[in-house]
Design a protein around this ligand. Sequence first.
Ligand code: ADP
Length: 253
Amino acid sequence: MIGIGIDIGSVATKGIIINGDIQKKTIVPTGWSPRDAGQAVIGKLLDLSGIDRAEVERIFVTGYGRVAFEEADKTITEIKCHARGIAELYPEVRTIIDIGGQDSKVIRLGDNGQVVDFAMNDKCAAGTGRFLQVMATALGLDVSELGDNEEPGQTLSISSMCTVFAESEIIGLLARGNPKGGIIAGLHQSVGKRVAAMARRMGVQAEVAFTGGVAINRGVQRALEQELGYAVIVSEACQYTGALGAALLASKS
Ligand code: ADP
């Protein structure tokens, strides 16, 4: 069955089309219209795969913008989609730590990849991709440059928990001549500490997979591993985990 999975996130809309063993993926910024972003992803996936819209049997959608996307055959929660995506890639995983643009989640999986429990922080920007985007701007960098520019040996702890106060703290640290690399390492440590604490409250169990756009940032991975005390698995397509789960559910009956 040819199926498409779309994850309409707060920052990025990700899509995967599955046709037998062939998978194609694409990503666009969500912008102001989740519906337009979803449509754009479908168009790109059809172009990439050379498949006609009429040949696609099912489109399943997840992510915060899913309710606005009427073209989908079904909406599915991000929790279910992440669990499905990771169960396919890494059946040995028992805990998923997902950090996206506006929330962070910890999902515990059972032996068959089923969701046993989950927790979500969507009340506060600290510990999310948004926090890192705001801080990157304050540092004159793009969020994609943070990972390569940290200096863990010079980590400067960021004491403010609130995003607005942390931004002022960083501007103050820069004004006093502190090195950017140490500040960046401190930011990664702050995100790692917050999310690891949530994971511990949930009874984190190995193996742990780290998903979402923030998992692209090797500095956050490093900090998270330091806080947890062991390595986490990051797939090459970590930002697509939700879209992969939706596509697998859409393409397999
Ligand atoms: P959402 O589903 O809410 O749109 P994503 O899981 O797509 O969120 O993650 C978006 C976040 O990922 C951004 O806020 C940013 O912090 C981070 N991010 C995206 N691309 C990169 C990159 N190339 N390098 C580092 N971080 C990134």
